[in-house]
Write a protein that binds this ligand. Structure first.
Ligand code: SF4
Length: 289
């Protein structure tokens, strides 16, 4: 039976059994659900395709019921096509897809919560853009999805993936670290590199508050998906360059839990602090009443 509770567990199992990171996660999933590894892989492929469908069904004309969101993903698409993109085709496309997915969520369209709906744009943005820009085969993308699932499981076990208990570091931060880990693998990183990509991404998001305006998963959530995607890419790139985190990946996760516990409740999805109590937010609130 494969059992892992920490990132270090996964890295050690890889080393001792000469397995790849994604294979450890897939085998553990198959064993836990008492299905074959083929069935486990097929289920993950379906998850990836659901992300793809959600991305392709983005509707640039939709507005969320509050009227706060919609159409910004299309603005990014148009800007990306002008040739003025500041950050290259891959990162530009990831930013566009992250905003589109966040808007689709706000507009009640079908999305994949990965790991939550507030953070649903980060992983598909990074992965679908990678597949497009680097011509990656779908099987490889599914393998990377297992890596995101394994990292997400460890974070959920040892810290949190809910803004209400850990702040936004637990949502966008977790999604970003999951995407960074998968991206490091896609670029040829080994288990250690994957673990450090994850550590960088989560470190960069520690302390991020959950302060949604009017309690809606729109402001600042949608644009934070874009930031989470960019952070994932830069984190994977640092790890691929051979840079290593001075704080171990599991200690970063532990830190996230402690920071989340120390955060006042006004910064944990209650709408009583941070951006949610600014004069701008108050004005938005009045228009919605
Ligand atoms: S601000 Fe809160 S609701 Fe919005 S994405 Fe972050 S954790 Fe989720």
């Amino acid at each position: 039976m494969i059992v892992y509770n920490t990132v270090e567990d996964i890295v050690r199992i890889c080393r001792e059994n000469n397995m790849l990171f994604w294979q450890v996660i897939m085998r553990a999933d198959a064993q836990e659900r008492m299905v074959s590894e083929d069935i486990s892989f097929a289920a993950m492929r379906e998850m990836y395709r659901a992300m793809k469908r959600a991305d392709s069904e983005y509707d640039k004309n939709l507005k969320s019921p509050s009227g706060l969101s919609g159409g910004d993903g299309e603005k990014m698409r148009i800007f990306n096509s002008t040739g003025n993109n500041l950050c290259g085709a891959f990162m530009g496309l990831a930013m566009e897809k992250a905003i589109k997915m966040g808007e689709s969520n706000a507009c009640m369209k079908r999305i994949v919560a990965a790991p939550t709906a507030g953070a649903c744009g980060v992983i598909p943005a990074v992965f679908l853009s990678y597949e497009t820009c680097f011509n990656a085969p779908e099987d490889k993308m599914v393998e990377a999805m297992f890596i995101t699932a394994g990292i997400g499981a460890v974070i959920a076990k040892n810290a949190s993936i809910a803004g209400a208990s850990g702040g936004c570091q637990a949502e966008i931060g977790s999604a970003s670290s999951m995407a960074a880990a998968g991206l490091a693998y896609l670029q040829g990183g080994d288990a250690e590199c994957i673990a450090h990509a994850m550590a960088f991404a989560l470190k960069n998001m520690l302390g991020l508050t959950c302060d949604p305006v009017c309690g809606l998963v729109e402001v600042p959530c949608i644009k934070r998906n874009s930031a989470g995607a960019v952070n994932a890419i830069s984190s994977a790139q640092m790890a691929m360059a051979g840079i290593r985190s001075a704080i171990t990946p599991d200690e970063v996760i532990d830190s996230m839990r402690r920071i989340g516990n120390a955060m006042p409740s006004c910064l944990k999805e209650t709408g009583e602090g941070g951006l949610a109590i600014t004069p701008s937010a108050q004005r938005i609130k009045e228009t919605l009443q």
